[in-house]
Design a protein around this ligand. Sequence first.
Ligand SMILES: *Cc1c(COP(=O)(O)O)cnc(C)c1O
Length: 409
Amino acid sequence: MDYSQYFSAALGRLHDERRYRVFADLERIAGRFPHATWHSPTGPRNVVIWCSNDYLGMGQHPKVVGAMVETATRVGTGAGGTRNIAGTHHPLVQLEAELADLHGKEAALLFTSGYVSNQTGIATLAKLIPDCLILSDALNHNSMIEGVRQSGCERQIWRHNDLAHLEQLLIAAGPNRPKLIACESLYSMDGDVAPLAAICDLAERYNAMTYVDEVHAVGMYGPRGGGIAERDGVMHRIDILEGTLAKAFGCLGGYIAAKGEIIDAVRSYAPGFIFTTALPPPICSAATAAIKHLKSSSWERERHQDRAARVKAVLNAAGLPVMTNDTHIVPLFVGDPEKCKQASDLLLEEHGIYIQPINYPTVAKGTERLRITPSPYHDDGLIDRLAEALLQVWERLGLALHKKPLAAE
Ligand SMILES: *Cc1c(COP(=O)(O)O)cnc(C)c1O
């Protein structure tokens, strides 16, 4: 039997739909963020990265790199096993304390990624609540969807950020049925924000628990980088906050923060926690350094917002179709998978600008886009060059510009 035919057929389908993905071979240059080397087919070339989720460049911050190197030198690389078998190492304990403090919760629990924290965290929490109904926002990340699915609980989907619809579902479920509301705080493809205070109002009125993914907000919003919930003053009203160490904190790993007994129960029952090796000590120390730094330094957050606003204003003034939002994400509408990919290729090959195309299934078909993520280190010169390059690419591909530039934001 020719098994390989199944795989080539599967790949053929992706090619036919113009959504076969190619990864550029990049090497970042520590200390020169956002510059990197692209190992192109014809040899190494310098490029500027405009789509990193290391939003604040913390992955190259001297304190963070220093903490990683120091811990690796002192205690070694790996954790040596799962926490149930090999024990818990000290840098991990320190990191969990740091995270609990960041979110004003009694405890926090580390997982090997944000993905795993949602998947095993939601599944375990909901499974432990008899007859739990999960109310999930329509645009929740795949890791949350998988967690909901694996819980085996009934789930209902509320229209994205639609409070009236959520309320309708809460009323229909009745006051006595246990309910878990699951949503994100900042949706990373459109850059829009959930009305967390109003969601908490509903949760309190109808006796529901709340689980909020703050992956694209931790480190970047709130006076100490606690996320949108901190910024909006509702951190204490959310039962479970979930975050990542891999984006604004520049490392790797995911976590949940909540009341002590919730964390203890997930620690004791979650397969995605129990059966996998703990995060390495150097990663934990590096993440702790990043969190600590961002708790007291607002420079990165302020400069980040300033840069994002500037990119939006410059691209808008050039007539480019920036999708409006109030956050650090700058989505540029293309609306065609082939052209999206071509735009990305042209930017890289002819302008040394790296922006991955965002196609289905990451976003809905027909809403393909370039997702630009400015950092504190993208200066005015880089922004102007980005706008020029995009204009050339837009013209070359016959993509639409505004007739009259919109007012700058
Ligand atoms: C990236 C992402 C995750 C997963 O986090 P990782 O640490 O990268 O595994 C979870 N939720 C959302 C909304 C994300 O965008």
